[in-house]
Design a protein around this ligand. Sequence first.
Ligand SMILES: NC(=O)c1ccc[n+]([C@@H]2O[C@H](COP(=O)([O-])OP(=O)(O)OC[C@H]3O[C@@H](n4cnc5c(N)ncnc54)[C@H](O)[C@@H]3O)[C@@H](O)[C@H]2O)c1
Length: 318
Amino acid sequence: MEYIKSNKVVLIGDGAVGSSYAFALVAQGVADELVIIDLAEEKVKGDVMDLNHAAPYGGSPIKIKAGSYKDCDNADIVVIICWRCSKKGETRLDLIEKNTKIFKNIVSEVMDSGFDGIFLVATNPVDVLTYVTREVSGLPKEKVIGSGTILDTARFKYELAEEFGVSDRSVHGQIIGEHGDSELAVWSQANIAGQPLYQLLKDDPERQHRIEEIFVNTRDAAYDIIQAKGATYYGIAMGLVHITKAILNNQNLVLTVSSYLEGEYDQKGVYVGVPTKINRQGAVKVFEIPLSEEEERLFNNSVNILKEMQNKISHLIA
Ligand SMILES: NC(=O)c1ccc[n+]([C@@H]2O[C@H](COP(=O)([O-])OP(=O)(O)OC[C@H]3O[C@@H](n4cnc5c(N)ncnc54)[C@H](O)[C@@H]3O)[C@@H](O)[C@H]2O)c1
């Protein structure tokens, strides 16, 4: 049969996040082909059957199959969400090193297929593993994107929407920096219809404390969810689908993804969560959101933490 080019996504990692992403992709009708790769072959087999049975009621026709790295040759996007979790006694650095080695193998295999599309990375620590993906693949920076603070920004919007009683669609607020403990809220720019939310809270003695609470709820949401049900997956899955749609439908959406800085924010050589225009070419432009002095200090601190992590694993990818 003649092969007709379609929107093709390859998903590597069919765990809690990966399978939620696959389901959302089918439900929303975002791609025409989805190939799933995971070491857990039986799990993939089951998910492929289940998803193919969901497809007739999904957003648009889609073919789903289990595959191998060879399937990446003509993929538009390869999404990497696989990881090995930590074992007892392992430090955070042990875990990062272990996942860096896994990424080195996986990205090399994908590139050996002849892949020339866009990598979308979500495995944690996402900023560092996105850097690893870029270094190992040798692809231009626009073609390697991390999920960055897309989920954190959604959490911030949720908190603000609840606080001010409007839809999350009407709230403008962003979390930037590391996807992790050193991230920051850009309070100086957060607004609803141009009304500065920081000032609104600060000027109200009864609500001042909410400034800190809203940020802490945002930053620490993952800990609370993990405590309650073991892992977080729906939020990031929807964030990843949002990025996938922005790429495949050439949407020019500005999203807080992990992008490679080359002088923006006076920083270079690092992947970090910043507002970035996303279209069919990938992460094409980083937007420099105006920051207050304190926000600039926090952002630089976050970048330094990421650079330190990058340096610690750079010998593994040299
Ligand atoms: N970026 C974010 O905002 C965000 C949010 C939530 C979770 N995460 C991260 O997503 C990652 C996955 O989380 P999860 O809950 O889905 O984990 P999980 O343990 O449920 O799934 C991981 C999957 O990776 C597979 N895998 C491991 N090594 C592989 C390899 N070499 N090749 C192919 N498959 C392999 C495993 O078999 C498993 O199915 C974690 O790093 C987690 O921290 C990121």
